[in-house]
Design a protein around this ligand. Sequence first.
Ligand code: FES
Length: 182
Amino acid sequence: MSLTRRKLLLNIVSGFGVAGLIALLFPFLKGIFPTLKKEEAKEIDVSAMKDGEAKTVRWKGRNVLIVKRHPDFISKHSSHLKSLIDPFSRNSSQPEFAKGHRRSDRDNYLVVYSYCTLLSCELKRLQIETEKGDVFSGFFCPCDGSRYDTSGRVIAGSAAKYNLSIPNYEHVSESRIRLTGV
Ligand code: FES
């Protein structure tokens, strides 16, 4: 075999060796560098939701609650704010757009992880009776009764101290929400 052919063969073999090594290490590298993970965005159709209705969506191993709320039921009056531990969500986990009273990208949809921020029990929805029927009035934790308002803000006196966590998401259209990140 000529020297050039031998060199060529060696190059090909070592090329396969490097490629094989990368393929072998890829799952480990993905774990070490999460940014290497494929973006797992998920789109949800909310077109059929009625006011007060909630939808639970499984996403990246956790449950996300989407609640269609009437904008009138977003609590902003000052007497109510005094009863909140973190009314402006300064100490909570959420995207930048969710720091205001509504804690959402659009008034009429609240998107939150459905776990109490104390020990991660699954939340229940609170309903109150009105002349127009039952309306969504927040959440409570069945574990020891921590309560959250209609924007997922924890109410003083609760065992939990942080507002509900909010994933990153966007409204793709009037009828679709896309979950995009933690
Ligand atoms: S997990 Fe909510 S109060 Fe226990």
